[in-house]
Design a protein around this ligand. Sequence first.
Ligand code: ADP
Length: 186
Amino acid sequence: MHIILFGPPGVGKGTQAKILSERFHIPHISTGDMLREEIRLETDLGKKAKVLMDAGNLVPDDIMIGMIRGVLTSQRCVNGIILDGFPRTVEQATALEGMMKELHITVKRVLSLEVTEEHIMERLLKRSETEHRADDTAETILKRIAIYKKSTAPVKDYFISRGMLSAINGEGPVAEVSQRMLDALQ
Ligand code: ADP
């Protein structure tokens, strides 16, 4: 089962992805986590990504599309994935659709987690106190929200137009949000 989690930074995609991953026994693929691993290993990609990510910018589409191609064709992902953080641009969405077609994969659902903008800011600032991510400073958060609105929000319309998207209210206790997602997958 292939599920795409969609939503702005700080909406709780990572938390919900882990729960769905355990429930359905399919890997949680977070492009943000994959990039942070590249940074930790100090690969060429990691070095390039770090500069962009720390400033709140997106990593170029060609790099991200190549990364996801590798994921989709990997053995551990044959039974499905919970995809978190991709696609983030319409170009990535189009490429993903092409790859899925080529690999005969059908996306079960795109789950769009939705909360108010005030909530997002609040959650990200709280996360910055616990996780100390380099891109969770107030200035970078605002930049990431702006980039989300400009480059990523159109991906939602893309999936709506294909009838693939379910909007999920992301407010309230974690377990309640999970239940809403499971209901949408019924
Ligand atoms: P969040 O959802 O909180 O923004 P992520 O861990 O998903 O955090 O992503 C962190 C950063 O990694 C993004 O701000 C961006 O720089 C980079 N990134 C992750 N996924 C993508 C993607 N699909 N395309 C471009 N950049 C990406």
